[in-house]
Design a protein around this ligand. Structure first.
Ligand code: SF4
Length: 276
């Protein structure tokens, strides 16, 4: 059993590893319990980037994907996170609630993958709703089948990362199947849940025009998709791969040029998406 730790403010760019060595493997995280306790990396208090308004962003631990360009490999394993109670997270959120409400913001749970610890993140989202806050998760959608109605009803917005429209590219980049993500996107469209699609533009990996076109054509008819956000690849996470002794394929990958970003934005806009 892991020792209860302190939920420290920090940044997604902090390297945190080996904090809870007794944690279960992320593939076996309890996802159907009470969700009283779970593992978290850190939280940020003033994001204007991860959903509308001013956000508190809680980065939880555990992810089943292994994206080759992941900026936060120290969120992959529960054992690298701090063991905290959902109550600690909600109490901390309480201190910011009036400012978040005043600035039309709320809570975003990112990671890692929030649905690895489904009951834990559901409990925190429900706590945020009780504080009158707007709620969001950032997810790859790979575990979307786990999200029951109770989970979705605690969510005002889903930031859905669609990393590729091509199953082979998706597998090459993430190590997993694309189908669950598309299935989750279609389900969110069916129930009209607001979604911002996020696409990480990695030159030489995801920038193929046909790949972008495939996502654009898939997303364009979905009336619930409010934005497509193109996120340029950067090297800010490279130091974590090195520190963790992981093989990093992107040492020589450049950030996309403004021309490439514009080409991709134009592809989404031409297909009928609101893109930025
Ligand atoms: S889904 Fe996100 S956290 Fe998981 S490996 Fe990919 S980029 Fe990293």
């Amino acid at each position: 059993m892991s020792q209860l730790g302190t939920l420290d403010a920090g940044s997604r760019h902090d390297l945190r590893v080996g904090i809870s060595p007794d944690a279960p493997d992320e593939s076996q995280a309890p996802d159907d319990g009470e969700g009283l306790f779970g593992y978290a990396h850190s939280y940020e208090t003033a994001s204007r980037y991860d959903g509308p308004g001013l956000r508190v962003v809680l980065f939880v631990s555990g992810c089943l994907l292994r994206c080759s360009y992941c900026h936060n490999p120290d969120t992959w394993h529960l054992k690298d996170g701090t063991y905290i109670s959902a109550r600690q997270a909600i109490d901390r959120l309480k201190g910011f609630a009036s400012a978040l409400r005043a600035l039309d913001g709320g809570l975003t749970i990112s990671g890692g993958e929030p649905m690895v610890q489904l009951a834990f993140t559901r409990r925190i989202l429900a706590g945020a709703k009780q504080l009158g806050l707007h709620t969001a998760i950032e997810t790859s959608g790979f575990l979307g089948d786990r999200a029951d109605e109770r989970y979705l009803s605690a969510l005002d917005l889903v930031l859905l990362d669609i990393k590729s429209s091509n199953p082979e590219t998706y597998r090459r980049v993430t190590g997993r199947d694309l189908a669950p993500t598309l299935r989750f996107a279609e389900r969110l469209a069916t129930i009209g849940k607001p979604v911002w699609v996020r696409f990480t533009l990695v030159p030489g990996f995801t920038d193929d025009p046909a790949n972008v076109e495939g996502i654009a054509r898939f997303v364009a008819p979905m009336k619930n998709v409010e934005w497509v956000e193109v996120q340029p690849f950067h090297q800010l996470g490279a130091f974590k791969w090195k520190a963790m002794g992981l093989e990093y394929k992107h040492l020589d990958t450049q950030s996309p040029t403004p021309d490439l970003i514009n080409r991709v934005l134009e592809q989404f806009r031409s297909a009928g998406c609101r893109a930025r």
